[in-house]
Write a protein that binds this ligand. Structure first.
Ligand code: NAI
Ligand code: MG
Length: 356
C-alpha cells in the first residue's frame, strides 16, 4: 500500500535530517518489491515562512495535514524569530490540535558510540521516556501583567494543568508499553514534594493505575533524584513516565548519555488514531551547525523507524535499526560522535546498511 506522508523539515538542520530520512525511507520502499510505497508532500512552514508571511504555518494548515497517514517533522526555531512564537506556531500547535498526547523517546546504546556512561561493560542503557504531551507545564495557561510592563513591577503567571483523564491515559500507555519490554517496570517522575496540587494528583493516579498492572514493577521518583539516577543507575530503568516539562528535560539528558542529542528519536502519538501522529528527532534546529553537512541524521532516521512501527511495518522498522547499528559499528560517525563523516556519508551508509 501507499502511505501518504507530510514532511515538514522547517528550520536549520531540520531540513538536512528530513532529507536524509526521506532518502532512507525511499530506499527501503524501493527495495520492497512494491509491498509498500511512500507518497510525500513537503510543506514549507517554519521561520523563513514566518518572515515572509507573518505566520508559522498556513491558516488552514491543520486541515491540509489531517488526512495524511503520518507527519515527518524536522525541527523548528531560528534566531530571527522568538522561540516561543516559532514553537507554539508550528510544533506545539500540531501536537495539541491533533491530540498527540503521548510522546515516546527511546534511548539505548549503539555499537561504536562512546557514551559518558559506558564506564563498565555491564552498564546497560535501554529505556523509553514516555512524556505527557498535551497538558502539564506546557498547557499554555497564564499571562503577563500588561499594565505593569516596563515599570519594574511586572508579574507573570504560568500555570501547569493536570487532569485525572490526562494523567490516567499517559500512565496506562506507559504500563502497556512496559508489558512489551523485557524489564517490566514503570518509574513515575514528579516534584510532588514541592508542587502540591497537580503533581500530587499525578501520584494518586499513578498509584491507582498501577494496581491494574500487578505484573509491572513500579517506583515514584522526584525529578531531581531521577536526573541523578539517569547518570548513576541507568540499568535500573525501563519505562519512565513524566509530565511535559520534566520528560522534556530528562529525555535530552538521556540522549546525551547515549552519546549525542543527534541520536535521539521521538514519536508524538495520537493513540486513538483520530488524527495523524508526528515523528521527529528530539533535537532542535541546531543553528550552530546548520547548513554545513555536520548534522547527525540518526535521530531523524530512528524517528522514521518509529513511524514505520506506527504504520504497521515493524519488520521494516527493525531493518532501519539494524542499518543504524551497522553504520555506527563501522565507525561512520558525524562530528557530534567524534567522527568526521558528513550527513550524506552517514545517509549513504544507512542505505547500504538496509541489507545488513
Ligand atoms: P538544539 O537541539 O538545536 O542544539 C543543541 C546542541 O546539540 C547544539 O550544540 C547542536 O549543534 C547539537 N545538535 C542538535 N542536533 C544535532 C544533530 N542532529 N547532529 C549533531 N549535533 C546536533 O537545541 P538549542 O540550541 O537549544 O535550540 C536551537 C533551536 O531549536 C531553538 O530555536 C529551539 O527553540 C529549537 N528547538 C526545537 C525543537 C523542536 O522542533 N522539536 C526542540 C528543541 C529546540
Ligand atoms: Mg526538548
Amino acid at each position: 500500500r501507499t502511505f501518504r506522508i507530510a514532511a515538514i523539515p522547517a528550520d536549520g538542520v531540520g531540513k538536512e535530517v528530513v532529507a536524509a530520512g526521506r532518502a532512507v525511507l525511499d530506499a527501503l520502499a524501493e527495495d520492497s518489491a512494491g509491498a509498500f510505497a511512500f507518497e510525500w508532500e513537503e510543506f514549507p512552514w517554519g521561520c523563513e515562512y514566518y518572515e515572509r508571511t507573518g505566520k508559522m504555518m498556513d491558516e488552514d494548515g491543520l486541515d491540509q495535514l489531517k488526512d495524511f497517514d503520518a507527519i515527518y517533522f524536522g525541527a523548528v526555531g531560528w534566531p530571527t524569530v522568538p522561540d516561543h512564537i516559532s514553537l507554539w506556531g508550528l510544533r506545539l500547535k500540531i501536537c495539541q490540535s491533533f491530540d498527540q498526547w503521548a510522546n515516546i523517546r527511546p534511548v539505548h546504546f549503539l555499537p561504536g558510540v562512546t557514551s559518558p556512561l559506558r564506564k563498565a561493560d555491564d552498564t546497560e542503557l535501554d529505556w523509553v521516556v514516555v512524556r505527557e504531551n498535551s497538558e502539564g507545564e506546557y498547557a499554555g495557561l497564564g499571562g503577563r501583567n500588561l499594565s505593569g510592563r516596563g515599570q519594574g513591577g511586572e508579574v507573570a503567571v504560568q500555570t501547569a494543568l493536570f487532569t485525572e483523564v490526562g494523567c490516567e491515559r499517559i500512565m496506562r500507555f506507559a504500563f502497556d508499553l512496559a508489558r512489551t519490554r523485557t524489564r517490566r517496570k514503570v518509574s513515575s517522575v514528579t516534584k510532588s514534594n514541592a508542587q502540591q496540587y497537580g503533581m500530587v494528583l499525578w501520584d494518586d493516579v499513578f498509584k491507582r493505575v498501577s494496581a491494574d498492572y500487578p505484573d509491572v514493577e513500579t517506583e515514584s521518583v522526584l525529578v531531581d533524584a531521577m536526573s541523578a539516577k539517569f547518570v548513576l543507575r541507568p540499568e535500573d530503568l525501563s519505562v519512565v513516565v513524566a509530565s511535559n516539562l520534566n520528560a522534556d528535560i530528562l529525555s535530552d539528558l538521556g540522549s546525551a548519555l547515549a552519546g549525542s542529542l543527534g541520536l535521539a528519536a521521538s514519536a508524538n502519538l495520537n493513540p486513538e488514531r483520530r488524527f495523524p501522529s508526528m515523528f521527529e528527532p528530539v533535537h532542535g534546529s541546531a543553528p550552530d551547525i546548520a547548513g554545513q553537512g555536520l548534522a547527525n541524521p540518526i535521530g531523524a532516521v530512528g524517528s522514521a523507524a518509529l513511524m514505520l512501527d506506527h504504520l504497521g511495518l515493524p519488520a521494516q522498522a527493525a531493518r532501519l535499526h539494524r542499518a543504524i547499528e551497522a553504520t555506527t559499528a563501522a565507525g561512520i560517525l558525524t562530528r557530534d560522535l567524534g567522527g568526521t563523516a558528513t550527513t550524506d556519508d552517514v545517509t549513504k551508509a544507512l542505505i547500504d546498511g538496509l541489507n545488513a
